[in-house]
Design a protein. Structure first.
Length: 134
């Protein structure tokens, strides 16, 4: 299973994506704001991921059945405040609060890691909090 362990900060959420215990990427998100559209990260829980294509992001993932939200994506971005509206961005390294680098590279690492699972059925993402540092 793909797991996202989060650390909640004042102006952002940082996380680490692991697949079967192996590090895949770090993540950046907007802070928790009671699940408000376009300004908050999504609630913790387990979601199904589907691969999706758009002109803007190319290949990326969409999270299904997020409570009271739609089109929550896992897509490339390096600055949560400027580039995210409730979505999750994988990054290679976190460089500051809500900021990271090489997001497209991190998304490609994730896509490659998930490909065998995608072919055999659905992919689940479990989002949880982490009380220790990443």
């Amino acid at each position: 299973m793909l797991v996202l362990k989060r650390i909640y900060l004042a102006t952002a959420v940082h996380g680490e994506l692991t697949l079967n215990g192996k590090h895949i990427a770090y993540t950046i998100e907007l802070p928790w704001q009671d699940n408000k559209r376009r300004v908050s990260c999504i609630p913790e829980g387990t979601y199904v991921l589907r691969k999706r294509y758009s002109e803007k992001f190319k290949w990326h993932f969409v999270l299904l059945d997020v409570p009271n939200r739609s089109y929550i994506l896992l897509h490339p971005a390096n600055n949560a405040q400027k580039e995210l509206q409730g979505c999750i961005a994988p990054v290679t390294r976190i460089t500051g609060e809500g900021q990271g680098i090489q997001s497209r590279k991190a998304l490609q690492v994730l896509t490659d890691a998930l490909e065998p699972y995608r072919k055999s059925g659905s992919i689940k993402l479990c989002i949880t909090s982490n009380n220790s540092e990443l």
